[in-house]
Design a protein around this ligand. Structure first.
Ligand code: G3P
Ligand code: CA
Length: 286
């Protein structure tokens, strides 16, 4: 049996490192992803946006967050300026000049402070794969969130078809589809990917519907228009009844962002297929 088959076994519990491991390292950076691998995650969760020069950049916010960003002149980004530093309107060479690690993040006091930058998706994959080989780690997956905002279509943000095209081009070159999940809160993006995959244009990856609303799972799935491989709600919206219903539909359930051990234990008992956490260390031996 190959390792990729092992990875797909239905009962394997999928421990996902949120933004790498935001509780311990600067979010969505290479040090965070490598640390998460050291801690034994089975999936690296990350967010991507698109720069003005069409590079796929790993970042949660489509701007430089004042909480933890230092401008090239060495000064912290001011709160009133942060939303003017839109990544979709900047070339990657300029984005890379900002330090997003030295400042730390007071919401995550255990987070290590170190100078680092927002990486490209291609670079994250390259570095994580090299690390896996050097350390002889088991195969892991990538859960890539397309941070697409419907209100921004036709502004600086590319339309769903362009967004998906840019991401798929990287995946196509660097990863086999069974190692990838594409997730989004934007159902238009998920529909776009499904259509591209059905037409044979995009890799047939797992698709995960992110949810943070009070509608029923059935309503959300109806709105999506197809059964996603994974249903991924904010963990406090989940009940055991919902998990049972989703499993009956053949859909896996992987909630976010679960940071307390007692919540991890409860959700695992309820039967979730995995969980996304800022603190993979707290999930040890779960
Ligand atoms: O992937 C789930 C989770 O990451 C969604 O929330 O805002 O941290 O991207 P957010
Ligand atoms: Ca995310």
């Amino acid at each position: 049996m190959t390792s990729s088959v092992l990875l797909l076994q239905p009962h394997a519990f999928d421990l996902q490192g949120h933004r790498g491991c935001r509780g311990l390292m600067p979010e969505n950076t290479i040090p965070a992803f490598l640390k998460a691998l050291d801690l034994g995650v089975t999936t690296l969760e990350m967010d991507v946006v698109i720069s003005k020069d069409n590079q796929v950049v790993v970042s949660h916010d489509p701007y430089f967050n004042a909480t933890f960003s230092i401008a090239p002149d060495g000064k912290p980004v001011d709160k009133k300026d942060q939303k003017n530093l839109i990544l979709y309107q900047m070339n990657y060479a300029d984005i890379k000049r900002y330090d997003v690690g030295s400042e730390g993040n007071s919401a995550y006091p255990e987070q290590q402070k170190l100078k680092t930058y927002k990486p490209l998706l291609s670079e994250v994959i390259e570095q994580a794969e090299a690390y896996r080989k050097t350390k002889n780690l088991p195969l892991f997956s990538y859960n890539i969130e397309l941070k697409s905002e419907p209100s921004e279509y036709n502004k600086s943000q590319p339309e769903p078809a362009v967004f998906c095209e840019l991401v798929q081009a990287i995946l196509h070159k660097q990863l086999s589809p069974e190692r990838v999940t594409i997730q989004s809160f934007d159902f238009t993006i998920l529909k776009q990917w499904k259509q591209g995959a059905d037409e044979g244009k995009y890799p047939k990856v797992r698709l995960s519907a992110l949810v943070e609303n009070l509608r029923s799972s059935a309503k959300n799935i109806e709105e999506l228009g197809f059964k996603p491989d994974i249903y991924s709600p904010y963990f406090r919206l989940l009940s055991q009844k919902k998990i049972v219903w989703l499993h009956k539909q053949g859909i896996k359930v992987i909630p976010w962002t679960v940071n307390q051990r007692k919540d991890m234990t409860r959700l695992k008992k309820w039967g979730v297929d995995g969980l996304i956490t800022d603190y993979p260390d707290r999930a040890s031996g779960l």
